[in-house]
Design a binder for this molecule. Structure first.
Ligand code: ATP
Ligand code: MG
Ligand code: MG
Length: 554
């Protein structure tokens, strides 16, 4: 019964434990390449690996897979650490593949000395031509049978910077006729005369991913090396490389694969996200429209909502696309339970309460959450002139319109019942002011008969004199297509949504004056909003995280 709730990777681990793997040998890692910011796909891998760590009380390393100095930067290392911690996870150690460059090099020398590796100086085209196809075997390189001495000499020259980039590689000598193409004498080292963000100019040859990854797992004694499906076909090579180095008394890591997390209406490859950043289509990696962890954070997503999303979306053995609506559901669900509820008007029209004394103001007690205890309350100012949403008023409305119209009553949230009396219009016939009367005995919570009167609608509002002007950034999906990068003949950028950002000048209740960056709120009847990092004491800026209801389904 317990089995049913285990995902397939947990089942593999349970079997390994049942077959004698000591529990204290369990160890996992999350291995990002520091060539970009983490995205919601990485969150799947983070939640999975760190989740296993929590479940089995086993250490999880954060390992930077930094073998390609051309694309890697310290900025990315820093952001990745921040994002993993923000998601709520603690690693055992921060490690770098580059820490193992010397060990990998020493092993490579062993390979050469035992006839398991050779230097090839053909062009990449020549090597590709010899590679064969999935159905046809490859052919041997003319350099495959160099002597050990020759290989040693050439490899040392590679290492010493005596050759040009691209002129020589070190290849594992496996089998050019192997049915798995990855086994056809894969490249172990290439020359890259690049400055590395950690090792500086110490190296000008860099190990390939396949050669690095499994050996790094072995060095760290990772019991289960979990990666995404595209590496399944690399598993033979992962195992072959391990076979050459594993000591019998040490743990041998096991690679297992799960399906990448894809999300609808966005792209997830770092290469494409980088393009959006570099071409200034978005304002940065943390643009609130980006599927990055930093973008989601800035948008108002909580770590809890992202963890919950990962949990509900689950892990799969086959490629699939998760509906972004599930992610939106998860943040709505969390904010519904946690965000204080306040009032803001995004599309204001002036409303005058003609029988409310001029110059009078009162401060009404308003709970931050009418349904749950523990949220506390604040005083909100009320006065003769307020803003309501334009959409909340219609001069003549049918019976189904439960908001304000002439001759009908609504309640102002936390305040009084008002009745529409007349309108003032501009030359074009647009309503510029709504005139109402109020029932002065109807104050919410005052206990009077009038306060208990049932009226159909309740509107949010702000007092004009007291409201604070704020910038509100209303986001929509960045792409108009569910799978913008799924078309062979079209670039994903053809599907950019031109209306993905709307900037609105809004009015918010004065209690928000002290709100801090990343604070999250429900703007009643509108949605969830959080304070953007551009916000200042002079100018509040909010991001709309999600609307309360979906307007997307047109
Ligand atoms: P990208 O194509 O976005 O560059 P990547 O796999 O090259 O992705 P890495 O930094 O190497 O990015 O990924 C670190 C870890 O996160 C790897 O174990 C990788 O398999 C996993 N990962 C990356 N993208 C996803 C995803 N979309 N879903 C699940 N896991 C992912
Ligand atoms: Mg990678
Ligand atoms: Mg990558």
């Amino acid at each position: 019964e317990e089995k049913k709730s285990l995902n397939f990777l947990e089942q593999i681990i349970e079997e390994d434990l049942a077959n004698g793997l000591p529990k204290e040998k369990l160890r996992f890692r999350f291995p990002p390449e520091p060539n970009g910011y983490l995205h919601i796909g990485h969150a799947a891998s983070i939640c999975l690996n760190f989740g296993l760590g929590l479940r089995y009380n086993a250490p999880v390393n954060l390992r930077f897979d930094d073998t390609n100095p051309a694309k890697e930067e310290q900025e990315y290392v820093d952001s990745i650490q921040h994002d993993v911690q923000w998601l709520g996870f603690n690693w055992d150690k921060v490690l770098y593949s580059s820490d193992y460059f010397q060990q990998l090099y020493d092993w490579a020398i062993e390979f050469i000395k035992t006839g398991k590796a050779y230097v090839d100086n053909q062009t990449s085209e020549q090597m590709a031509a010899q590679k064969g196809t999935p159905t046809e075997p490859g052919t041997d390189s003319p350099n495959r049978n160099r002597t050990i001495e020759e290989n040693m000499e050439l490899f040392l020259k590679m290492r010493n910077g005596e050759f040009e980039e691209g002129s020589h590689v070190l290849r594992a000598k496996i089998d050019m006729k192997h049915t798995n193409m990855h086994m056809r004498d894969p490249i172990m080292y290439r020359i890259l005369k690049r400055h590395h963000h950690r090792t500086g100019d110490k190296w000008c040859i860099y190990p390939m991913y396949d050669w690095t990854h499994g050996e790094s797992d072995y060095i760290e004694q990772i019991s289960h090396s979990i990666c995404t499906l595209e590496f399944k076909s690399h598993r033979d090579l992962y195992d072959w490389y391990l076979d050459q180095v594993v000591d019998a008394d040490k743990l041998r890591p096991k690679q297992r694969e799960f399906a990448r997390r894809n999300l609808s209406y966005t792209v997830m490859s770092k290469r494409k996200l980088l393009q959006l950043v570099e071409e200034k289509i978005v304002t940065g990696w943390d643009d609130p429209r980006m599927p990055t962890i930093s973008g989601l954070r800035r948008r108002g997503y909580s770590p809890e909502s992202i963890r919950n999303f990962s949990e509900i979306a689950g892990i799969a053995k086959r490629d699939n696309v998760t509906d972004v609506a599930l992610l939106e559901y998860c943040i709505k669900d969390h904010l519904n339970k946690t965000a204080p509820r306040v009032m803001a008007v995004l599309n204001p029209v002036k409303l005058v309460i003609t029988n409310y004394p001029e110059g009078k103001e009162e401060f009404l007690d308003a709970s931050y959450n009418d349904y749950e205890d523990g949220f506390g309350s604040r005083a909100i100012p009320f006065s003769r002139e307020i803003y309501i949403e334009q959409e909340d008023f219609k001069e003549d409305a049918n019976k189904k319109f439960f908001r304000l119209s002439l001759g009908r009553e609504v309640r102002l949230k936390n305040a009084y019942i008002i009745k529409g009396e007349s309108v003032v219009k501009d030359a074009d016939g647009n309503v510029t002011e709504i005139h109402c009367t109020y029932d002065e005995d109807s104050l919410s919570g005052s206990g009077t008969e009038a306060s208990k009167r049932k009226v159909k609608g309740t509107l949010h509002w702000v007092s004009i004199k007291h409201a604070i002007k704020a910038e509100v950034r209303v986001y929509d999906r960045l792409f108009t297509d569910e799978a913008p990068d799924s078309y062979k003949d079209k670039d994903f950028k053809e599907f950019l949504n031109p209306d993905s950002l709307k900037i609105i000048e809004a009015f918010v209740e004065p209690s928000l004056k002290t709100a801090k960056v990343l604070d999250r709120f429900q703007f009643q009847r509108l949605g969830y909003f959080c304070v953007d990092k551009d916000s200042t004491a002079e100018k509040l800026v909010f991001n709309r995280t999600v609307p309360l209801r979906d307007s997307w389904a047109k």
